[in-house]
Write a protein that binds this ligand. Sequence first.
Ligand code: AMP
Length: 404
Amino acid sequence: MKILVINCGSSSLKYKLFDMNNDSVLAEGKVERIGEKDGIITHQTVGKEKVSQIKPMPEHSAAISECLRLLTDAQVGAIQDLSEIKGIGHRVLHGGEYFKQSTLVDDTALHQMEELRELGPLHMPANILGIRSCRTLMPGTPQAAVFDTAFHSTMPKHAFLYAIPYELYQRYRIRRYGFHGTSHNYIALRVAQLMKADPKDLKIISCHLGNGASLAAIDGGKSVDTSMGFTPLEGLMMGTRSGDIDPSALEYVMEKEQVPMANIINMLNKHSGLYGIADAGDMRDIVKGVEEQKPMHMLAYDMYEYRIRKYIGAYIAAMNGVDAIAFTAGIGENTPSLRAKICDNLSYFGVAINHEINQQRGEFELSTPESKIKVYVVPTDEEIMIARDTLKLISENNNKQEKR
Ligand code: AMP
């Protein structure tokens, strides 16, 4: 059975077509600069030539239409007819308190997602547009929504509530939601496989360090805490996001600089983090700067590492123990020096790594046999999780209908 996974961002879209008989990728691609007159499309079917085109891409439905055309193209496509695609899985940023797991999309689900728009103003409109466009372009093909927040819906109330008047939670659902849930879930399952253990028996700290970054404390296969909050702004220092900050400092800046809250939030999201300190938001540039002993790059690197380590310590306390720590995403997978610095500074907990093995790429264990806590690098795969959830929901729905 073939499942298409679509991840719609505000001005870009990524897609992957899976053959779920063996979880293999048949084709993948992306469309960038949606909304501009020169959209860039790259597409590759496995075993065929990679194609790249520049075309006007006024909005998301034009982008999805182009993906579907490429997937069925006689030369570069992966399938002959769109009817071969039995389901479409969409990555959706925010499930709020409505969606504690993935769901098949119907009118009610779409309506609820519309209500959650304002909780994710940067991503939700594009996520919803993607779903609506597929409904128009492929009517009758089941679609599933897989939420970045859903995996964290198991957090206990004492972890997800902010210590502000409780009425604000009751009235507006102000709370920690957490993000990167699909990735953290994948990491927890994969670490359990690598440890040949049942996820139910493990305490894991998953470190998703990409352009956005979050940690999750996963106890018995369930998220019990995570560093992102009501929005993806809270928690770790990120590429361009500040992470934790005292809100009073923001009021102070607003008054001193005479700027509105919207500017402050924009500054926290886009001009802070590594970029705010070192004028470089990409960890590759930071690492290069550290090698060249540039003071602000060294400071940004130290701040980035320190915040991760502080959260790891907090999550060991939150779970009263940890069996494994796993690093993933662009920075987590590709920055051995950062992993080494974090792990070497956790020696009190009995963490010990093999520095030579730590230089490897791909999936591997870097802890030594003596280490009290296992440490892994696990390349994340959010798309296969979305495809699996989509397949599961479709099969369950088919079974339900057969029974009727
Ligand atoms: P992601 O959001 O998971 O795609 O991660 C993107 C980030 O990963 C980039 O902004 C870089 O900071 C970082 N990154 C990607 N490749 C490398 C690399 N080879 N070495 C260090 N950092 C990298």
